[in-house]
Design a protein around this ligand. Sequence first.
Ligand code: 8Y4
Length: 280
Amino acid sequence: MSDDGFHVTHWAGLDLEGPHVMGILNVTPDSFSDGGKFDHIDAALAQARRMVAQGASIIDVGGESTRPGATEVSIEDEIARVRPVIEALSNEGILVSIDTRKPKVMEAAAVAGAGIINDVTGLTGDPASMATALDLNLAVCVMHMQGEPQTMQAAPSYDDAPAEVFEFLAGQAEALMDGGMVPDNICLDPGIGFGKNLDHNLQIMARLDELVDAGWPVLLGASRKSFISKLTGAEVDQRLGGSLAAVMAGFGAGVSIFRVHDVAETVQALAVADAISHAL
Ligand code: 8Y4
């Protein structure tokens, strides 16, 4: 390691000696037209259990779509969607992250048993987010986003995208530490596709080693994202190859956690890459 020696070895109770996979579980009306109803909860639970059986260490439960054009979700609706899923999974001993920008949803998710807050605004989306995360004292994934979900892809602009993204993330980690959070609860994520054009995304992924060298655990979410289509033209359900290539690039740079749709394939790719890395 080419740094001063600061290096977090655990996050949210996970040993980061080897890579981990976070499986994506959407409980939005995009995927379930009537979020909160029994058969939809059952389908979500079945999908989550399948991903755990395939080797996922974390299930990321999201009840609010950040897609441009997605309809706003009220706090009450978002909680109604995610709470039963979080309760059931955490009762089964499954580590759950709550994908939300709303402090009230963070609190409800914590009560329901979530172990991780995954906030795509990096705790800047609501004035109360930072204080809520510190108060709940759960593990957090701090993600970088430029702008707002509705408009962030209109004109993303940076002088040096990796430098600016990594600087923001280090600052949020510092703020969490200043607020009393322990290092083992902090993970950083450059936010692929969130207010970034193709060049920005590629530069960030090419320089992930710089973020890893800061010592914090790093999470990468590149699964099926549109940069793959910009490079290959592949439709969203045909992006496994590109998604695995991004995972492999991140693994080589020292990324610890990978947020993906295709858990079995990603776990297999990481098992091979990890074994190769240990054969040296
Ligand atoms: C197909 C499917 C194409 C999904 C695009 C997408 C991240 C995240 C999202 C991420 C963390 C997404 C909630 C966007 N991305 N959380 N969340 N990191 N920590 N788009 O990169 O998956 S949602």
